[in-house]
Ligand binder design. Structure first.
Ligand code: NA7
Length: 542
């Protein structure tokens, strides 16, 4: 344990993932003294922790990076269409080294509390290492899908074997050779890890609560020629990432699903299936708002699942009944094919719920499954989970948790700020659009908006910057209205908080696209930060 310190800086940032690293870079550039705190002993954020077999990002590699530096863009080369976790972690380490970011990061340190002092107009941050630091600006880069959810299943402590959560995977290789493994959960993490674990383990039992739509990723190695071309197109790529709906090279089709004849539709969807990745989700312009159209596309994907899975009973269990794309759409490599293996069995725990974990394995209402290892691919307490792990207190000692829970709804202004918490910025916060696209693109926009704002505050000697309650009320309502017009809110998912027992439900994402969001943020800034109160030493400008 290192010696805790008492210090005073301009800005404190939590997290050394994509958000925290870039925020630090820009704060430093702006001449602000900055301290970053990171729980892990290295950079990487979620890519530090999610080391499970098959872990991969499903944004295409050439967009899954920063674009703020052309030099950086040119110096880094991805190996394949979808980057694997070790490669992404290597990239973030490369960034940290290139810009010499580590001296301002305190690793192996968890921020336990942050409270705003109205007298000094500063944040006081405390850590588990005994640090007590004050700062004018407090910025969270804690991620919005980063707090692992291990469901509270009776008996886990009695299990004789080993258990793991995908989002907290050990650093040393876990060897499943010769073992009977159980995986609980079939979201992105389960669907990525199941085919890899099945190849290694003696036997794999998948405990599925809700079947998921997944389409082939169609991953492939990049060629030198392709990489060269994408580097030459740096400015085009940067423009696209900053001005597109999801921060990557995907565009919605021009037609409604219903405009095509069944034959045309089949052709479009077959071509999209072959292309892989997000092609089906983007094939039409109204998939997420048109119930009838969505059903047709969902039916197409169901037919593909039935074609792949040889045992009709297993196929029946694997076919989802929700709207396509309303639970986080998933892309995979040989997921459904894995159920054709002799050593893989699927258990439907919606029909026969898990009752208990015993010393030998998992007992459902239909019997006991003996296991040597259990993998929880059970996801995250999304959007608010990581913020709530820190005791954040704003004005009048009111905590963020109190403000957003206890029956009250999450309320933010632009997903970046919240009334009652002056000079706090939440990168990729709830009610921002970040989780509905390519995160690094969302993060660059957030960081750049925040740094422009901070520069404005410094230039105008503003001491207190705070969202007005009526502005956040309007923003939150706007987010809900947009979401309610889509099919997202008609499905239970981690987007709605439904995956966490006892969590208040609410769809806390801006669905108007990265491009629409950027315009709104820029407009608000250009109007002198409309909807915020800016209080300077000498005057009060509202
Ligand atoms: P997800 O997508 O939240 O998936 C978690 C899975 O675990 C999902 O199938 C859940 O079923 C299942 N689950 C959760 N709790 C339980 C219990 N108690 N019993 C049985 N099954 C359970 O998490 P991922 O890690 O796969 O992906 C998270 C995001 O990271 C992903 O969307 C990408 O954006 C990156 P459910 O569907 O809730 O019935």
């Amino acid at each position: 344990k290192r010696q805790g310190e008492t210090a005073s800086v301009d800005a404190i940032v939590i997290g050394a993932g994509f958000s925290g690293l870039y925020m630090l870079y820009r704060l430093r550039e702006a001449g602000l003294s900055t301290r970053v705190y990171e729980t892990a002993d290295g950079v990487g954020g979620v890519w530090y922790w999610n080391r499970y077999p098959g872990a991969r990002c499903d944004s295409e590699s050439i967009c899954y990076n920063y674009t703020f530096s052309e030099e950086l863009y040119n110096e880094w080369s991805w190996s394949s269409r979808y980057p694997e976790q070790p490669e992404i972690l290597k990239y973030l380490n490369f960034v940290a080294d290139k810009f010499d970011l580590r001296p301002d990061i305190n690793f192996s340190t968890r921020v336990t509390s942050a409270s705003y002092d109205e007298g000094s107009k500063r944040w006081l941050i405390q850590t588990d290492q005994g640090d007590q630091i004050t700062a004018k600006y407090f910025i969270t880069g804690v991620g919005c899908i980063s707090t692992a959810n291990v469901p509270n299943i009776k008996g886990l402590d009695n299990f004789d074997g080993d258990w793991y959560h995908t989002g907290h995977w050990p650093h040393e290789k876990v060897d499943f050779t010769g073992k009977r493994v159980g995986v609980i959960g079939t979201g992105s993490s389960g669907i990525q890890s199941i085919p890899v674990i099945a190849k290694e383990a003696k036997h794999l039992t998948v405990f599925q609560r809700t079947p998921q739509f997944s389409v082939p990723a169609k991953n492939y190695q990049y060629t030198q020629e392709f990489l060269q071309k994408s580097k030459e197109n740096y400015h085009g790529m940067r423009h696209l990432m900053r001005n597109s709906v999801a921060g990557m090279a995907m565009y919605y089709g021009e037609r409604s699903v219903l405009e095509d004849t069944p034959e045309e539709r089949r052709k479009v969807l077959e071509a999209a299936w072959e292309k892989g990745g997000w092609a089906i989700l983007f094939a039409y312009n109204d998939l997420l708002v048109n119930e009838e159209g969505n059903k047709l596309v969902a039916e197409f994907v169901r037919s593909k699942i039935r074609e792949i899975v040889k045992d009709p009973e297993t196929a029946d269990k694997l076919v989802p009944d929700h709207y396509y794309g309303t639970k986080r759409a998933i892309i995979d490599t040989n997921y459904f094919e894995t159920y054709n293996r002799e050593n893989v069995r699927l258990v439907d725990v919606k029909k026969a719920p898990i009752e208990e974990i015993t010393s030998k394995g998992i007992r459902t209402s239909e019997g006991e499954f003996e296991l040597d290892a259990i993998v929880f691919a059970t996801g995250f307490d999304g959007m608010t989970g990581s913020l709530f792990k820190i005791d954040i207190k704003g004005k009048n000692g009111v905590s963020l948790k109190e403000k957003w829970e206890n029956g009250a709804k999450t309320k933010t202004y632009l997903g970046l700020t919240t009334a009652g918490f002056p000079n706090l910025f939440m990168l990729t916060g709830p009610e921002s659009p970040s989780v509905l696209g390519n995160m690094p693109a969302a993060i660059e926009q957030h960081v750049e908006w925040v740094i422009d704002c901070i520069n404005h505050l410094c230039q105008n000697e503003v001491e207190v910057f705070e969202a007005k309650p009526e502005a956040e009320e309007k923003w939150s309502q706007h987010c809900r209205d947009l979401a309610d017009a889509t099919l997202y809110t008609k499905t239970e998912s981690w987007y709605t908080g439904a995956n966490i027992e006892g969590k208040a439900r609410g769809f806390q994402i801006y669905v108007g696209g990265y491009d629409g969001y950027r315009k709104i943020c820029d407009e608000i800034a250009s109007k002198g930060y409309e909807g915020f109160s800016l209080v300077s030493k000498s005057s009060a400008k509202n």
